[in-house]
Design a protein around this ligand. Sequence first.
Ligand code: PMP
Length: 416
Amino acid sequence: MNEAAAGTAPALDVTTIRAEFPILARTVHGRPLLFLDSAASSQKPRRVVEELRRFYYEDYANIHRGVYELSQRASELHDQSRRAVQRFLGARDWREIVFVRSTTEAINLVAWSFVRPRLAPGDEILVTEMEHHANIVPWQIVAAERGARVVAAPITEAGELDLAALRERLGPRTRFVAVTWVSNVLGTVNPVAELVRLAHEAGVPILIDAAQAVPHLPVDVARLGCDFLAFSGHKTYGPTGVGVLYGRLEHLEAMPPWQGGGDMIDRVSFAGTSFAEPPFRFEAGTPDIADIVALREALAFLEELGRARVAAHEAALVARLEARLGALAGVRLLGRPRERASAVAFTVEGVHHQDLGTLLDLEGVCIRTGHHCAMPLHARLGLAGSARASVAVYNTLEEIDRFADILERTIATLRG
Ligand code: PMP
């Protein structure tokens, strides 16, 4: 397979990679599965599923509780996973890694524990027009309660952030900035290093929603200098139910807990309770132990492939997607960002995206249709919804060509 179209890195052996994902061999409606919805959730490599099974069969017990061997072993694996995430993100300290359920929960944690206490009436939280609802609604909830408001920096016609306009909106009332690294609809890769610099020049902390970045691009939070960063395990070849919040230690140390319960305390009495240090202060109750343990395998999978090589392979897939879809009559790609990762959204003249998705499903093709949890972005584009194809490391150029051919036929059928 000639996958070396992008970059100088040696090509990935995609045939071997695909063999690690048993689900890719199945058929849907009698057709070979053509999975192009990894932005919603990625498929799982064998080693992640096998680690889950192994952990439950061999090492399972609740953590941080028992003095017995099994509990200590489970605790050790859980701790190792935290250190693996720390290395993977380039964080300076393991205490900066908080395990949560998802990107959504990570953002809510920051909204409630860090931002809410700092908001006064008239204050602003700056986001962008291309955010996922997970990076809009939590801010709206805390802002409404404090008489503050959420302000959105606009995008350009090309689907990139309008940096000049963003700079203008970053004013004396801005208390916090929350921006996606990669748009889950347009695939736009935002200049996050520049955004961190701009926010910090204005004296404002910044959170990066990296749900669509961590699976595709190399990440180094220490170099980036962001205050917070969030991602989901399930989009990163890992299990559902586990996500990560990275937060700078000085912030986490100053933040109050947002949920109370077991494991997050120092001492409890009816006279009052003192809390554990981060990250435990933010991890009340029994965590998703097995999924956290297995997340480590997902990160190792990506690291062993080489994250620069993964990015180069996916860049070739995205370029092929843009070229093939862009050449189909009546297909309009949303945005023309200079840098795009994984996702390409489009509309088809005279065809409803829902009808398109339904017919493509009959051909074994999985793409996402609808508003993709980005209603404000679709409103900005004057659309109720769109279709979106998104790639991951297991996709091939041949699949992209097959998809384009099926899409062309399907559009012809729908147009009668
Ligand atoms: N942010 C972005 C950019 C996303 O694409 C998604 C998932 N589609 C989320 C946040 C929310 O992720 P989760 O549902 O895993 O919390």
